[in-house]
Design a protein around this ligand. Sequence first.
Ligand code: KIV
Ligand code: ZN
Length: 385
Amino acid sequence: MSVIKVFDTTLRDGEQSPGVNLTKQEKLEMAKQLERWGVDRMEAGFPASSKGDFEAVKAIAQTIQNTSVTGLARTRQEDIDTAWEALKYAEEPRIHLFLATSPIHMTYKLKQTPEQVMENAISMVRYARSKFPQVEWSAEDASRSDWQFLAQIIEHVIDAGATVINLPDTVGYSTPAEYGDLFRFIRETVPNIGRVELSCHCHNDLGLAAANAIAAVENGATQVEGTINGIGERAGNASLEEVAVALRVRSDYYQYATNLKLDETKQTSDLIAKLTGMYVQANKAVVGRNAFQHEAGIHQDGVLKNRETYEIMTPEMVGVKTDTLFLGKHSGHHAFQDRVQELGVDLSEEKSKEAFAKFKQLTDQKKEVTDDDLYTILMEIQTDT
Ligand code: KIV
Ligand code: ZN
């Protein structure tokens, strides 16, 4: 079994979700949960992007012991220096440098020739390596880049000291067969590729992020990047829980494992939902409310006879509790509050009373109040001023 490293970017790419802005305390709380979940690397933020992010990354670097902490930086000396100031306290400081390699990004965004991009990447990786023991270099928009150019720049960047090469599908454009081919091509073409880890980073614009990540792993990726619940820019990133659970459930087929403690998955999912207000849809794989519910009579009958008829994994495996109390018009404040806490939300006494009043109003209209209803109430309470 080869172990695939998990690189979590919930606190950086995930925090780039429209409308999300976590405080330092919230980021620290989430970082501790990510450490409990067992991610190998966590991207704590983008230190040069703001004073707030710098402080949050520094606090995380000073606190987290069992996970390598990394920060994002452009290929600029000032960004690298700032990242070092925030990350030098970490047990294993790591920097993540990115520079676009696709024609559209080089021409219109960077306004640089491929030669200039190559030169910049090499010199900044070399500079970063004079400070950081671990340097990840990302060819932003790799999936829309020229493969020959990618192979050349990667070879030089490895010689300059990169320890991880990441090939992001920045705009979620790739498909599994094509993204897998890209990884195989890079593995087979770049002569020094064996000296580094090879990473995938997928966005979900076409709903293919988790599938693309698995295709990359099948074709030589040794690290998977993503976020819990798949949060992130636009349609989000690869959901790490989906990728990790797929590898575990299908370990009969794939010979890959991760270091994630899967029974911490639901906790991790609930915490980010609470902190961001981005609650997952009921039918979300692995962590959605319906992921372990059976509605049709034939399915319920099958499950009662043998759970494996319709369940490919157990709720316990991912930390989902299924013995939750029915919430309806006879439920009291206590039962209501217990359920809210199970969803990972702590309400002040005043907010709890307010939420309970809304809950009671709803029980006049509905027999059963579901977690989705509760999430709606909680969202209303959080946005009430
Ligand atoms: O999607 C992307 O290309 C990124 C880079 C910063 C790695 O998030
Ligand atoms: Zn990204």
